[in-house]
Design a protein around this ligand. Sequence first.
Ligand code: KG4
Ligand code: ZN
Length: 355
Amino acid sequence: MNVLGIETSCDETGVAVYDTRTGLRTHAVYSQIALHAQYGGVVPELASRDHVRKLLPLIRQTLADSGLAIRDLDGVAYTAGPGLVGALLVGAGVARSLAWALDVPAIAVHHMEGHLLAPLMDDPAQREALHAGRAPEPFVALLVSGGHTQLVGVEGVGRYRLLGETLDDAAGEAFDKTAKMMGLPYPGGPQLAAIAEHGRPGAFTFSRPMTDRPGLDFSFSGLKTQVLLAWKAADGTDATRADIARGFEDAVVETLAIKCDRALQATGYRRLVVAGGVGANRRLRARLAELATRRGAVVGFPPPVLCTDNGAMIAFAGALRLQAGQQAGMEVHVTPRWDMATLPPVVIGESQQVG
Ligand code: KG4
Ligand code: ZN
């Protein structure tokens, strides 16, 4: 089954073709970073208009790269939420129309489910099990993006148990806001991580929020304030900025690691997967790999390009649901706020209309 995946929930236009027999055929992402940079953040209306401009050419290019003709598609998956309503409507409108014109099913995909399942796409054994309708080995997923920070217990596709989440800022949001405070250009997260590479560990130490009490929730807004105070009191040189960035990154990474450790302990699962944009962070990857080894567990990360927003994860999650007989109705419907716990589980051999 060849599934086209379309992602337009925020400021990246992502398109991919996923083949349920052989895996990801091709994917392409067009980033709107340059467009929004001058405003210091994503401008929703500009994002929608840019998706309108870029989506069809990107679909044509991706199909050409995949060696398939449009008629070879067996289904179309699109991000239906959560995200910016106008941006989502562009992808949903195109996906729904294309599926209708080709007379193939369409499936509405939850953006965070896309992130959550993305690491499995790269793991042949898990991928094969999922396509064969077998449940994956249960795992703890750390979802760390610009809008979410969650620990989720996963027992199957659509069988998600929220173990903990942020009470205020998401980890990526904290990276972005902290970077902005220190004068780094948008999008700050990756830039802050890059300059932290030159910082001295321990030159600045910030607290590890909510690690001194039991539980799996997070809070990152206080950390951001601590950094602001340190930055205002500092000399403003590049070297100090790098030291502060390193202190901030270490605090976030350590906090996430402590909670992942607790989640593995609480669930008894021996597998941890990390997904979402912050999963591209090198220090986080190294720290979690070390933690997993110490625990006798396995940690899985998608390659960095599949951590940040992309169409491949949407094609993959959509393919799993389409294979199980689920499909969206004919209307163009998006869900800008959408609780992942409300997703239907995938039950092989059962046809369902969802979304
Ligand atoms: O998953 P994603 O691409 O989009 C959302 O769904 O939010 O995540 C974007 C977030 C941004 O906050 C960005 O700053 C952060 O991921 N991010 C990083 C890194 N790369 C992206 N944060 C820390 N280190 C990185 N290397
Ligand atoms: Zn995302």
